[in-house]
Design a protein. Structure first.
Ligand code: GLA
Length: 389
């Protein structure tokens, strides 16, 4: 008597279940795997000393993919969709590590300890004069003969709620390239679900030293290897720029862009005035100047916007820095063969280098680049990729 009702209940439940499966809900296919941001590693080659170099690939769920290596903390590729959804690599560079180990103009690299120029490779700090290698005519450029762009960094991968990234860390010993102080540096690349590639810099030192770090990617929003950047439309949120002498060292003045070819306050094709008969443009062989960003508050501000009309791709740059070096790739001369054998001709890529002003250690009137013991250097730049409507 006790068992019977139990059996009935169980059978009844089974029948009801089977019946409902057959009639109401057809068997469903397993749900598609949830799309996720990813970060992965692969071998990319070896340094001459035998150290293995890994390449890290960051992807988000919108089809953006960023690849980076710890050598030079270089951004090797940045693949983004155009307005029709077609994905292209929008930065100049190489397919293989060998290209990055050879001579090249800082493709994709983090530049330091002092990005940009220091006049005659000399500055005086707290009464002591320091001498740097002069690797750019009479001046020091981009951290010296072996700057941060040629440093092997350690890497830590980050994967946090749809944001993926790599934290690179490195040390620059006291006296390296003539600079004082043991400096510890950290650079974090993060690709977000909103198609932002953020670059966050931190540094500390045990002796006062100038520090000016920047990212030296060459962008071509039509896709690398697809002609020059003269048709790109550029906006720079700056009322003033810092004019230079013939060796690209600032005179110390901050001059209004109004009525000059340096006025990019409204979107203007880069090619519209680049070859104008203008003394400043002659000095740079085109645009290779620092703009003084309009800053009404601390923190991240919009600095520049780039648009490529045919692909519809856009790039917005925001930064905590006071300046933006817009370099139009004037020194590219077709001698470098990059990805897929593409020849990188004059102005086939452009750099938007957020930074402090060039030669700041020699200009008391410029915002200071001196980092002192006990202070923490922090700087952030965000590159946001999009498309026009
Ligand atoms: C910087 C400089 C340019 C040039 C490039 C590298 O952006 O401002 O003058 O030296 O780096 O070729």
């Amino acid at each position: 008597m006790l068992r019977k009702p139990f059996l009935v209940i169980v059978l009844g439940a089974m029948v009801a279940c089977g019946g409902s499966n057959k009639t109401d809900t057809p068997p469903t296919a397993p749900p598609p795997p949830e799309k996720k941001a990813t970060v992965s590693s692969a071998a990319f080659g070896e340094l001459p000393n035998g150290s293995a170099v890994t390449i890290y690939t960051l992807t988000n769920t919108n089809g953006v993919e960023v690849r980076t290596i710890p050598y030079g903390a270089i951004l090797v590729s940045v693949r983004v969709p155009d307005k029709a959804g077609k994905v292209d690599d929008v930065v100049l560079g190489f397919d293989r590590l060998d290209g990055y180990l050879g001579a090249h103009p800082y493709f994709g690299a983090i530049v330091g300890r002092y990005g940009n120029r220091i006049a005659k490779g000399s500055f005086t700090l707290d009464g002591q004069t320091y001498s740097l290698a002069t690797n750019n005519g009479p001046n020091a450029l981009h951290g010296g003969l072996k700057g941060f762009d040629k440093k092997m960094w350690t890497a830590e991968l980050v994967d946090h709620e749809g944001n993926v990234g790599v934290i690179y860390r490195g040390e620059s010993p006291d006296g390296e390239e003539g600079y004082p102080g043991n400096v510890k540096v950290q650079v974090t690349y993060t690709l977000t679900r909103n198609n932002e590639l953020s670059v966050e810099y931190e540094a500390s030192t045990d002796k006062a030293t100038p520090v000016n770090l920047t990212q030296h990617s060459y962008f071509n929003l039509a896709g690398e290897g697809r002609g020059d950047i003269l048709g790109h439309r550029l906006t720079i949120d700056a009322d003033r720029f810092t004019p230079v002498d013939a060796t690209l060292i600032p005179t110390g003045d901050q001059v209004a862009v109004e009525n000059t070819p340096f006025d990019f306050r409204r979107a203007t094709p880069i090619g519209a005035r680049i070859d104008a008969d203008d003394e400043q443009l002659h000095h740079g062989g085109g645009y290779d100047h620092n703009w003084v960003l309009n800053r009404d508050r601390d923190g991240l501000i919009h600095a520049a916007r780039l648009e490529e009309p045919a692909s519809g791709r856009t790039l917005d740059v925001s930064t905590t820095e006071p300046g933006l070096q817009f370099y139009a790739g004037n020194f590219l001369d077709g001698t470098i063969k990059g990805k897929s054998g593409h020849v990188y001709a004059k102005r086939s890529g452009l750099c938007l280098e957020t930074q402090h002003f060039p030669d700041s250690p020699n200009h008391a009137g410029f915002p200071s680049t001196i980092l002192r013991p006990g202070e923490r250097f922090r700087s952030k730049t965000v590159f946001t990729f999009g498309v026009t409507k």
